[in-house]
Design a binder for this molecule. Structure first.
Ligand SMILES: [Zn+2]
Length: 111
């Protein structure tokens, strides 16, 4: 059957599950997937670091200053972030953005 290559867009004759027109495109697709995986892992790592920073800070500050609303929210949010299972890269970018906003709010409230 006639298929369209996922990489270069060229049409080619291939079996049902064929996705690429040639070995070169197959290789490119593999590299692309690796890049995306690495990008996801990087964001995942970054989120985890931020998560523990916020949780640590809140734990330390809670005793000294009491929990402000902003801190409580940041802590709640940090707990809801699921960083174990990466899905779509965009989901992670969005989560990171949300997280950054809450951390910023948290810091603004703390000062
Ligand atoms: Zn191709």
């Amino acid at each position: 059957m006639v298929k369209q290559c996922d990489i270069c867009g060229m049409t080619f004759e291939g079996s049902n599950n064929a996705r690429y027109c040639c070995q070169e495109c197959k290789k490119k697709a593999q590299i692309q997937r690796q890049k995306e995986y690495k990008a996801k892992r990087k964001i995942q790592k970054d989120l985890k670091a931020r998560q523990s920073t916020v949780l640590d800070n809140n734990a330390k500050n809670a005793k000294r200053q009491g929990l402000s609303y902003g801190k409580m929210k940041a802590q709640e949010f940090a707990r809801t972030i699921k960083v174990e299972r990466p899905k779509k890269l965009d989901d992670y970018k969005h989560r990171k953005q949300q997280f950054d906003e809450i951390v910023e709010q948290n810091l603004a409230n703390a000062n």
